[in-house]
Design a protein around this ligand. Sequence first.
Ligand code: FES
Length: 315
Amino acid sequence: MSVRRLAEEQFQPPAFSFNEENAVWAEATIRKYPEGRQQSAVIPLLMRAQEQDGWVTKAAIEHVANKLDMPLIRVLEVATFYTQFQLKPVGTRAHVQVCGTTPCMLRGAEELMDVCRHKIHHDPLVPNAAGTLSWEEVECQGACVNAPMVIIFKDAYEDLTPARLEEIIDAFEAGRGNDITPGPQIDRVFSAPEGGALTLLEEVRPVRTNLEPQPAADAGDAASAAGAPGNAARAKDNAPETDASVKTPVTDKQGAKDQAKAAETGPLSATTKSVPDPKAAGGAGEGAPAEPGTVSGDLKPKRTRKKTTSEGEAS
Ligand code: FES
């Protein structure tokens, strides 16, 4: 990773201003942000300055800081942080940024940098003799699955071999960079497996989970749908409590009141056996021994406070 500093004074132009078209664009871009948030336009303005001059000059950084009413150090922080901003003059036809982070390094980034040293310049960030090409090593560009890769201006070229990178550099040097399609340089779509998909090759048919009659299907389909393990954790939609006709205390207020009244006046709960009426049952009557496990006698709570006589003695 190279140290990111502004170019030496001898390379810095004395002033910067957006050309007419870019000035209009800059004003429109600043107006996109809410009042008080115009500083959010710092990245697009710096990028437009780079596209205009080929790199981000010190004068451009100062111009953007004034335009957005930002402290100069804040704009410097942004410009020196992102490797997308070139702080020194770079190749006019291509500036090749080679990712050197671990996945790309394991997949041949060092060989790609050897190609750059051989075809462009031994040292990074030094343009070739014609000033058309330059290169540098950068950190991960977020395309690790397609390692190794390089970025040229705004496009990524992935799944590279040294030979393919040489072809790409030659094309840019010849002014035919637009003929190279960005992205993977092998037979794969984006980050899909090389040569095509390897998994999920069969169509997966959805499994019905309700109890409506299944549409006519062959026996094999019906059997596989019934036994699909994917239903194991699903809520059943035929449970009694999901029946819309079931009343609840909310939908049946009178029923709820009747139930509450019955509970107050009715027998004890099921945890206590009911007491048979000795007369009605023709039993032994009062004083007969209770059956084991039953509750005998009157279950009403008995008064335990002793009566007092008029003299105040307890009786
Ligand atoms: S490591 Fe090279 S793109 Fe992530």
